[in-house]
Design a protein around this ligand. Structure first.
Ligand SMILES: Nc1ncnc2c1ncn2[C@@H]1O[C@H](COP(=O)(O)OP(=O)(O)O)[C@@H](O)[C@H]1O
Ligand SMILES: [Mg+2]
Length: 278
């Protein structure tokens, strides 16, 4: 089993699309695969589960979800008041593993722990109670149940992304070829290296995956060359832009199921093969 986190502090670079599509390929190749959605925007939860994972002002988030897990970590769900039961309920909630929050998707071998819009409200309590290793510890207990775990992250370097970087074996960094996000990439790599040094020596930087790469245009090619010149680990496989991605999200069908022969799907297959450990 290994855990791959898809991370970039910038929004809209392709984190959720890449998480879901690599996870779908992984499941199709018969690896038992779990996606954990740490982004309150819930894009990957909705991509995989459709309508049931959407929420709005008058519709609650799908439960159980990742917020319920962190609530249990904080002991928030214990029945308070009944003194005689208190210890029993503490023990009960402590023994609840991450598998209790899993939903099956319509695709064989592919499960998801969905996001929740109000996850951020727990951040302060989790930080002040030093719960930064809880996700890692709970993931280790899943090692006999899953071959691959993919974590989608919010566009921020916060408690949840740090938890994920601590829990993961590998980090994949999507980049959208925007000149303005090039600088942010440097900071991001520094954050990841600091996390390696402080918490997770085993974390491997798999590389930067260039998304929506326009091979014909001069500027994106120059930007990519600059990254390579600066010694940044740019992966060979690049993902082209295609309207198929929007359709794939709308139909809740990962690319391998929507259009296996399409050039974007093929690019994803190549990327998957490039980063899969040999
Ligand atoms: N290769 C691609 N071609 C076209 N559109 C894409 C591609 N990858 C992502 N997108 C679109 O870009 C937007 C942002 O992608 P998303 O995966 O949600 O990024 P993030 O999770 O980093 O915010 C979405 O509308 C998605 O459909
Ligand atoms: Mg996202």
């Amino acid at each position: 089993m290994f855990t791959r986190v898809v991370f970039n502090q910038k929004g809209g670079v392709g984190k959720s699309s890449i998480t879901v599509n690599l996870a779908a390929i992984s499941a199709q190749q018969n690896f038992k695969t779990l996606v954990i959605d740490l982004d309150p925007q819930a894009n990957s939860s909705q991509y995989l589960l459709g309508e049931q994972a959407t929420y709005s002002a008058d519709k609650h988030a799908l439960e159980p979800n990742i917020e319920n897990f962190f609530d249990d970590v904080l002991g928030n769900n214990q029945q308070k008041g009944l003194i005689g039961n208190a210890i029993g309920s503490i023990l009960k909630s402590r023994s609840k593993g991450l598998e209790s929050y899993v939903h099956h998707t319509a695709f064989p071998q592919l499960d998801v722990i969905p996001a929740s819009p109000t996850l951020g409200a727990l951040e302060h309590a989790l930080e002040s109670k030093h719960k930064i290793y809880k996700l890692r510890d709970s993931l280790q207990q899943l090692s006999s149940q899953y071959d691959r775990i993919y974590i989608d992250t919010p566009p921020a370097f916060n408690f949840f992304t740090l938890s994920a970087l601590i829990a993961a074996d590998r980090v994949l960094i999507p980049f959208d070829c925007d000149v303005f996000s090039k600088r942010a990439l440097q900071t991001l790599i520094e954050n990841v290296i600091e996390t390696q040094d402080d918490h997770n020596n085993g974390l491997e930087i798999e590389g930067i995956v260039v998304n929506q790469f326009q091979a014909q245009a001069k500027l994106p090619r120059e930007v990519v060359q600059q990254l390579k010149d600066e010694g940044l680990p740019v992966l060979n496989s690049m993902l082209p832009p295609s309207v198929l991605m929007k359709e794939s999200h709308q139909k809740n069908l990962p690319l391998v199921h929507l259009s296996p022969e399409h050039k974007l799907t093929q690019a994803y297959q190549t990327l998957f093969a490039e980063i899969e450990p040999h």
